[in-house]
Unconditional design. Structure first.
Length: 622
């Protein structure tokens, strides 16, 4: 293709313009225009893409026709015009330099884990208290059949509920983080913290499962009483006084989404613990298999349940279908057991999931506590690389987010906004994780082609780079796209506002976080808040829709950050000794031995209080 004259270029663009539109209208797959050195192929597209791509092709056509030079060429890897003296180098065409991360992703990852400590329920005073203003809570929380429900994580900054899907999905995300990037976590000193966070969640899920009764706790707590109480969890029983109700899923009260997600979480966790605690890992697999049987043998959604607690779940976290969770559980069980029956089940269930709700994987969807099909597609593409169904599915999902096929709405500053409800950053972080993981998969291929390499770079850059404008370097005659920041960089403050509390110069100061309001301290490290309104502007911290963090905001950010830490191999451990964990305040408990050993008493007493807004990721809602 290099060496085509201007007339050849024009005909190339005309062909592109024609088959883009025709291919979309009639849904023709894999139309190709071939040249001596390469082919340009058009896979199945939809109408919105056809018109946008046609406009791009028309603009390039005008540029080619207007040039005086006969030496215009097309780059075979990127299919971009190469004009003498003005060679376009798109920001996404190359992987970012490993030695120059845009932020200290190890610091961000460290602080994101802190929020999970802040959200812990149960006996947290030993052996590593870590957060001075948190203490034991929910110690009397038990199920009607005697289940110990004191542990686990509180769902969000404004809630002390434990809700099935958003309780289990972060556990799966944490397990996936460890399974995929264990070495990177060790390099930055966070492997033990990640395993601790994972076990805190997996232990709770084990306690929720009553194998003899064939039930699983789908929700613990009373949302009305909970939302009326604004105080710390340590004082909940004193001021609310009521016994927290418990709702089960079981043969007579199906909620396949919840039990299947719990199965996925425990199966994934078994892979994370298999090397260090094989007996615990085996127990996790056993419970995961039993929960998968519960979900698949008694199928049904909590969306149609008459149970008061399951109706609350449906109101707070509605489901679009349960086949994706079943497929998600099956593929993780296959990875944990290598039992082919689970792989066969995953294949069938993935196909069924495409008829659920909003066509979760390959339609206008998300990867979230509700929709797992994109994750299933990615895992299946890794397991069965020769089965194009799965690689095409994850590619199609990614293409909803990245140019030129992007159809998911993005704000002016580049943040993905796929869902009009709460928490855009949870969806943006999860989408970023998917593009990063798929890029890793493509680059792991033996001798990837130039086109594959360029596409992988575009996927990898999506969390970091947004094509925003262009400028020309006079001395080299190159036009390099200015890198506007997107997704993870956005969350960390590339636009001047960080949404990770305590990270960067301008992070949120007033997250909607109940367990910060007590007699000890009122700061929360590592909180990832929901994020901004769709116009990139947050006028007030008051609406909790925009300032309330939740555990899956942080777990999604952790999932994506682990890939960035894995890529930027020069990143090392973050030193937390400058953080104020509250031990300098009068009446605070003694700091844990591990913190004293690492930092010394003087350093702990002199910690910077403002940095302690670290852990929460704020929700960008609206």
């Amino acid at each position: 293709m290099p060496g085509l004259d201007r007339r050849g270029i024009i005909w190339f663009l005309v062909a592109k313009l024609v088959f883009v539109v025709v291919g979309a209208v009639v849904h023709v797959r894999n139309l190709c225009v071939c040249f001596p050195s390469d082919c340009f192929c058009q896979t199945e597209r939809n109408l919105p893409y056809a018109f946008s791509s046609a406009l791009v092709a028309a603009a390039l056509l005008c540029l080619a026709a207007s040039q005086d030079s006969e030496d215009i060429s097309i780059d075979p890897a990127t299919f971009l015009l190469q004009v003498p003296g003005r060679n376009w180098i798109p920001a996404w065409a190359k992987l970012p330099p490993k030695a120059s991360p845009t932020f200290d992703f190890a610091e961000a990852l460290h602080k994101a884990f802190i929020y999970l400590r802040i959200q812990r329920s149960g006996n947290i005073t030993a052996p590593d208290h870590h957060i001075a203003w948190r203490s034991d809570s929910c110690l009397a929380c038990k199920g009607p059949m005697g289940e110990d429900l004191s542990g686990g994580y509180y769902e969000a900054g404004g809630s002390f509920l434990k809700v099935g899907l958003p309780e289990a999905f972060p556990v799966t995300q944490l397990a996936w983080t460890i399974v995929r990037h264990r070495t990177a976590l060790y390099r930055v000193g966070l492997l033990d913290e990640a395993l601790s966070a994972l076990k805190w969640g997996s232990d709770y899920l084990l306690n929720c499962h009553n194998a003899s009764a064939n039930t699983f706790v789908a929700l613990m707590g009373d949302s009305k009483a909970d939302f009326k109480y604004y105080g710390p969890p340590e004082l909940y029983e004193r001021y609310v006084g009521s016994v927290r109700p418990v709702s089960y899923t079981g043969p007579t009260a199906p909620a396949s989404e919840v039990s299947a997600e719990a199965a996925a979480a425990l199966a994934a966790a078994s892979l994370a613990f298999n090397a260090t605690d094989p007996m615990y890992a085996a127990n996790l697999v056993q419970h995961a298999s039993q929960l998968f049987d519960l979900a698949s043998l008694y199928p049904g959604s909590f969306m149609t349940s008459k149970d008061p607690g399951l109706k609350t779940h449906a109101k707070l976290y509605p489901s679009t279908g349960f086949h994706d969770e079943l497929a998600w559980a099956a593929v993780w069980l296959f990875k944990a057991t290598q039992d082919g029956t689970f792989l066969t089940a995953a294949m069938a269930l993935f196909n069924e999931s495409q008829t659920d709700g909003n066509s979760e994987c390959c339609g206008y969807g998300t990867f979230s506590w509700d929709t797992k099909s994109p994750g299933v597609a990615l895992l299946m593409a890794e397991i069965m690389p020769n089965e194009l169904l799965y690689s095409e599915a994850i590619q199609k999902f990614c293409n909803w987010y990245i140019p030129p096929l992007r159809s998911v709405p993005h704000t002016a500053n580049g943040l993905a906004f796929p869902y009009k409800g709460w928490g855009a950053l949870r969806y943006a972080s999860n989408a970023a994780a998917m593009t990063l993981f798929y890029a890793e998969m493509l680059m792991a291929q033996p001798s990837p082609s130039k086109n594959v390499t360029a596409y992988a770079a575009q996927l990898f850059n999506y969390p970091l780079v947004r094509e925003h404008a262009s400028s020309c370097h006079a001395s080299r005659g190159q036009c390099v796209h200015v890198q506007g920041k997107s997704q993870i960089d956005f969350a960390l403050g590339s636009t001047g506002q960080s949404y990770l509390v305590g990270f960067g110069k301008n992070s949120p100061k007033s997250p909607f976080q109940k367990n910060a309001w007590n007699s000890w301290l009122n700061y929360k490290p590592g909180t990832a808040t929901e994020g901004q309104i769709r116009n990139d502007f947050l006028a007030s911290p008051q609406p909790n829709r925009y300032t309330e963090p939740a555990i899956d905001y942080s777990s999604g950010l952790i999932l994506a950050l682990s890939a960035l830490v894995n890529y930027h191999t020069g990143l090392g451990p973050y030193n937390e000794c400058g953080l104020d964990f509250g031990y300098a305040f009068p009446g605070a408990p003694a700091p844990p031995n591990a913190l004293v050993a690492a930092c010394g008493l003087n350093s702990i007493a002199a910690g910077h209080r403002t940095v302690l807004n670290v852990s929460a990721v704020l929700p960008v809602g609206g």
